[in-house]
Design a protein around this ligand. Structure first.
Ligand code: PBG
Ligand code: ZN
Length: 309
C-alpha cells in the first residue's frame, strides 16, 4: 500500500538481434536465453513479447561477415536485415513500438562506430552522414523510434534534420545520451559481432569516473531534439540515472540494463548462487526508483511473465 516504486511489463523494452539468412535461431553463449533470429522467425518472437505485455522492442542488426566493409554501407541497405525486420513487425503487429539501434559498429569491418581516417581515428562529422542514411532507411521501413548509440557528437541534431527533410516528422529519437565506455558491453559485442578489431571506444564514449559530462551530454541531446534520454549501463550508474532524471524532469528516461549485467546474473543463477527472479526484480525496481521510466533489458520477457503470474 505504501510502496513508492512500481515495476510493470509496460516499463520494459526487449532487445532483439536480427540476422541474415532463413530459419535462424542462434543461441548466444555469453547470454543464455537470448538468440539471434532471422526475419522469418521474428513474428513468433514478437507474439511472445506482446502476450507478455511488453510494449516495445529495440532491434540490433547482425549482418553476415561478408556484408561488412570499412564504411559500413550495409547499415542503410533498404533490404538489410533490420530494415526487413521493421517492415515485417509493423505489418504483423502494428501496436508494438519498434525502436532501432542506429550505429555502424555491427556493419564496419573494423568494428568501430564510425568512419576512420588514415590514422584509424574515428572522424566524427564524416560519420554523421552515414547515421542520417541509417535513420532514414529505418524510418522509411516504418520504425517508430530511432536510437543513435555511438556517442557521435551532433548525431541527434543531424538525424532530426535528415528525418524532417525526408518527411519523417513523426519518427522520434531516443538518444543514448549518456553512454559510458564500459566493460559491461562485452557479451553484446559477441552477440552482435561488433567488437572493435583494434583500439577502443574511449574517444567518444564517456569516462566512468565522470558525472558532469552526463548532464552536459543530456542537455545537448535535448537541445538537438531528443525525445528520450538514455543512461547506459544501468546498475553501476544509478547515481547518473538519478542525476539525469532530476536535471530533466518530465523527459522520458531510459536505463539500459546491458549485456554484462545480464550475463553476470545468468551465470550466478545457473551456478545456484543467487535467486534469479528475486535479483532481477530487485535490480530493475532499483532502476525505476533511481528515476528510469523505461528499462531496456534482456530479462524483459521473463520479468513480464513473472509479474503477470
Ligand atoms: C553499439 C551498441 C553497443 C551496445 C548497444 N549498442 C555496444 C558498444 O557500444 O560497444 C551495448 C549493449 C549491451 O551491452 O547490452 N554502439
Ligand atoms: Zn556502435
Amino acid at each position: 500500500m505504501v510502496r513508492e516504486t512500481s515495476l510493470r511489463p509496460e516499463h520494459l523494452i526487449a532487445p532483439i538481434f536480427v540476422t541474415d539468412g532463413e530459419d535462424v535461431i542462434e543461441p548466444i553463449d555469453s547470454m543464455p536465453g537470448i538468440t539471434r533470429v532471422s526475419v522469418d522467425r521474428l513474428t513468433a518472437v514478437a507474439d511472445e513479447l506482446i502476450t507478455a505485455g511488453i510494449p516495445a522492442v529495440i532491434l540490433f542488426g547482425v549482418p553476415a561477415p561478408e556484408r561488412k566493409n570499412p564504411d559500413g554501407t550495409e547499415s542503410y541497405a533498404s533490404d538489410g536485415a533490420v530494415q526487413r525486420a521493421i517492415r515485417t513487425l509493423k505489418v504483423h503487429a502494428p501496436e508494438l513500438v519498434v525502436i532501432t539501434d542506429v550505429c555502424m559498429c555491427e556493419y564496419t569491418s573494423h568494428g568501430h562506430c564510425g568512419i576512420l581516417d588514415a590514422k584509424q581515428y574515428l572522424v566524427n562529422d564524416v560519420t554523421l552522414d552515414t547515421l542520417q542514411r541509417i535513420a532514414i532507411s529505418h524510418a522509411e521501413a516504418g520504425a517508430d523510434v530511432v536510437a543513435p548509440s555511438g556517442m557521435i557528437d551532433g548525431a541527434v541534431g543531424a538525424i532530426r534534420t535528415a528525418l524532417d527533410a525526408a518527411g519523417q516528422i513523426s519518427v522520434a529519437i531516443m538518444a543514448y545520451a549518456v553512454k559510458y565506455s564500459s566493460a559491461y558491453y562485452g557479451p553484446f559485442r559477441d552477440a552482435a559481432g561488433g567488437a572493435p578489431a583494434f583500439g577502443d571506444r574511449r574517444t567518444h564514449q564517456l569516462d566512468p569516473a565522470n558525472r558532469g559530462i552526463a548532464l552536459r551530454e543530456s542537455a545537448l541531446d535535448l537541445a538537438e531534439g531528443a525525445d528520450f534520454l538514455m543512461v547506459k549501463p544501468a546498475l553501476a550508474y544509478l547515481d547518473i540515472v538519478s542525476a539525469v532524471s532530476a536535471a530533466h524532469p518530465g523527459v522520458p528516461l531510459v536505463a539500459y540494463n546491458v549485456s554484462g549485467e545480464y550475463a553476470m546474473v545468468k551465470a550466478a543463477a545457473a551456478a545456484g548462487w543467487i535467486d534469479e527472479r528475486a535479483i532481477v526484480l530487485e535490480s530493475l525496481t532499483s532502476m525505476r526508483r533511481a528515476g528510469a521510466g523505461l528499462i531496456i533489458t534482456y530479462h524483459a520477457r521473463d520479468v513480464a511473465m513473472w509479474l503477470r503470474a
